[in-house]
Write a protein that binds this ligand. Structure first.
Ligand code: CAA
Length: 258
């Protein structure tokens, strides 16, 4: 792959967007490559968590690639948005838990990519923003939908309409970043969180992810029913038996993830 680096370590897949000279801007081939990596990882039962970060010292991802985008016509613009939205939805719905390790600028499509992940760990140097209206466009990689769901409609509108860039501390205050850590510890802290999650019954974790993501797109009564179905499904697993037996026998659970 030209613009994506991936390596695995004991059940964690590290994915790095690697176009540092363009601040890791997402051109269409990078979006395609990311889609391919995600399609491969989502099938892997041995990979439990994914950490996505950006290459270089400055940026997570500074947005869609403006140099590639500026000549698009309306149909091509819609195709680009649909293509990225499809890849980001794949991330949102993959069974693995995905952590964005935000190491610098997360702007436009970069902020949108981080929001498709389950959790955002921000370095003290992270900067978030949706600057699209500066370019005469609007957030098109699902930012108008995911940002209000994460931070509420009012703050989302303020960020999108003013294009104000916010630092990691403010992102944490509004619920966009889950955690802020020292820059040098970003990957270590993200991996620590991933490994903590991996000590749990991953079947339950994965179904909880589905219940949260899918449930939020349903009316509440349907979402409650969906949650009950997911809850019931857990009782078909060895992990449920192990988790409850371990509790009752006052020992630590040894989950096998099936
Ligand atoms: N697309 C293409 N190239 C980009 C880019 C982008 N989104 N962001 C940065 N680059 C390139 C710059 O053009 C520059 O290239 P050259 O060295 O060849 O000139 C290189 O990366 C370094 O950038 P700067 O010199 O601008 O670095 P800086 O430190 O002075 O500024 C910055 C950093 C504030 C992030 C600035 O680069 C910037 O504003 N970038 C654009 C951010 C943006 O508008 N993102 C939204 C894109 S639209 C979008 O994402 C739509 C959507 O909804 C998906």
């Amino acid at each position: 792959m030209e613009n994506i680096i991936f390596k695995e370590k004991d059940g964690v897949m590290f994915i790095t967007i690697n176009r540092p000279k363009a601040l890791n801007a997402l051109n269409s081939s990078t979006i395609e490559e990311l889609g391919q990596v995600i399609s491969n990882v989502e099938k892997r039962k041995d990979i439990k968590t994914v950490i996505i970060t950006g290459s270089g010292e400055k940026a997570f991802v500074a947005g869609a690639d403006i140099s590639e985008m500026h000549t698009l016509n309306a149909i091509e613009g819609r195709e680009l948005a649909r293509k990225a939205q499809k890849v980001f939805s794949k991330i949102e719905h993959m069974p693995q838990i995905v952590i964005a390790a935000v190491n610098g600028y997360a702007l436009g499509g970069g902020c949108e990519l981080s929001m498709a992940c389950d959790i955002r760990v921000a370095s003290e140097r992270a900067i978030f923003g949706q600057p699209e209206v500066n370019l005469g466009i609007l957030p098109g990689f699902a930012g108008t939908q995911r940002l209000p769901r994460l931070v509420g409609k009012g703050v989302a509108k303020e960020l999108i309409f003013t294009t104000d860039m916010i630092d990691a501390k403010r992102a944490y205050e509004i619920g966009l970043a889950n955690k802020v850590v020292a820059h040098e510890l970003l990957i270590e802290e993200s991996e620590k969180m991933a490994r903590k999650i991996m000590t749990k019954g991953m079947f339950g974790v994965s179904l909880a992810k589905a219940a949260i993501n899918d449930g939020m797109n349903m009316d509440t009564e349907s979402a409650y029913k969906y949650e009950a179905d997911m809850f019931g499904l857990c009782f078909a697993t060895e992990d449920q038996k192990e988790g409850m037996e371990a509790f009752l026998n006052k020992r630590k659970a040894n989950f096998k993830n099936f």
